[in-house]
Design a binder for this molecule. Structure first.
Ligand code: SF4
Length: 336
């Protein structure tokens, strides 16, 4: 379901935009029924009431939690079942954040990602994206929404932008607290600056070498990492928020001195933060995670050379590792 459909259906029954906004606010913020005092002008016309009730019932059934796995770090992984039976993952993050999925599967095929192995199964509707936030809010406060779950948001841009617009308005999330995470796509740099709600941007870089990037992210747009950083810098300066660069550290692949020199060359002096995330080793996988000490040394080295770098664990790593692994395990257990 798309948010634009809700506006169209209710508008056709004579509901005013303020009535629709009220419904969307209550739903997206998971407010209790009857929240707030109703003024006479807030009551939808008789002609629209049945449609309001029908839409509220549809919104309530858009997404349900099929499994919940709390982590030791205060996070929790949710396996979210959509109305057609497909599943996506959301992660409740420590400090009032939620990570949501924008696609079922993903076409980019990053070699270190479980989600990428399934290919793209379908797009997640804009209302299904917001429903993940509403599910999270029914469990704990949410002040930050990151689009870093399953899927590449740039490949579902209309729906993701629609969800961002709702969350950044009636959804009550600060614009800087909405984080659009992408491998980099020209359309993102064209469209995001035009939207009424401008999210912060996270760019998955992973290497400074174009040929290695083509191997690690096989179906990402072929944008030279140096050009990607230039596009990111322009967006950061225009919005006033730094770009977060994501770098999955893989031992012997992208943790050597040549890459660190490349990061310094591209990012020193930029309005940027480098997040280093040690690879989450999966059984039978060809890639290895560097030791925490080695990763910490890399972060310190970058810092000394003028790049703001942070070492991060991916949230809920003790539960089911990286994005897509909980879903993969649940599908495996359903198949047996
Ligand atoms: Fe897609 Fe992100 Fe996984 Fe890459 S890391 S395959 S972009 S979900």
């Amino acid at each position: 379901m798309q948010i634009r459909e809700i506006h169209e259906r209710l508008g056709a029954r004579g509901a005013l935009p303020c009535h629709v906004r009220r419904l969307l606010r209550r739903w997206s913020q998971a407010l209790p029924p009857g929240h707030g005092r109703l003024r006479p002008e807030d009551v939808p016309p008789q002609s629209a009431r049945a449609e309001f009730a029908a839409i509220e019932a549809e919104l309530a059934g858009l997404a349900t939690v099929a499994a919940e796995h709390p982590g030791e770090d205060g996070s929790a992984r949710l396996l979210v079942r959509l109305a057609d039976g497909q599943t996506v993952e959301s992660v409740l993050l420590p400090r009032d954040g939620v990570c949501v999925s924008s696609q079922v599967g993903c076409a980019v095929g990053c070699v270190f990602c479980m989600t990428g192995k399934s290919g793209l199964l379908r797009q997640v509707g804009s209302a299904e994206i917001v429903a993940q936030v509403a599910l999270a809010r029914a469990r704990r406060p949410v002040r930050k929404v990151v689009f870093m779950g399953m899927g590449e948001p740039a490949h579902n841009l209309d729906n993701v932008m629609e969800a961002i617009e709702l969350l950044g308005t009636v959804g009550g999330i600060g614009h800087k607290q909405l984080v659009f995470s992408t491998v980099g796509d020209e359309r993102v740099f064209e469209r995001l600056p035009q939207g009424p709600v401008k999210p912060a941007l996270a760019l998955s870089l992973h290497t400074t070498r174009p040929e290695l990037r083509a191997q690690l992210l096989p179906r990402a747009p072929r944008i030279d990492p140096a050009d990607l950083v230039e596009l990111g810098e322009r967006y950061a300066r225009a919005t006033g928020y730094p770009i977060q660069y994501q770098w999955t550290l893989i031992e012997g692949i992208n943790d050597g001195p040549d890459e660190l020199d490349g990061i310094v060359r591209l990012l020193a002096g930029k309005y940027a933060l480098m997040n280093l995330i040690p690879y989450n080793t999966v059984d039978g996988d060809a890639f290895r995670r560097p030791s925490w000490e080695r990763a910490a040394e890399i972060a310190r080295g970058l810092h000394r050379r003028g790049v703001l770098a942070k070492l991060r664990r991916s949230a809920g790593q003790d539960v089911e590792g990286g994005c897509g692994q909980l879903r993969a395990r649940m599908l495996g257990s359903e198949a047996t």
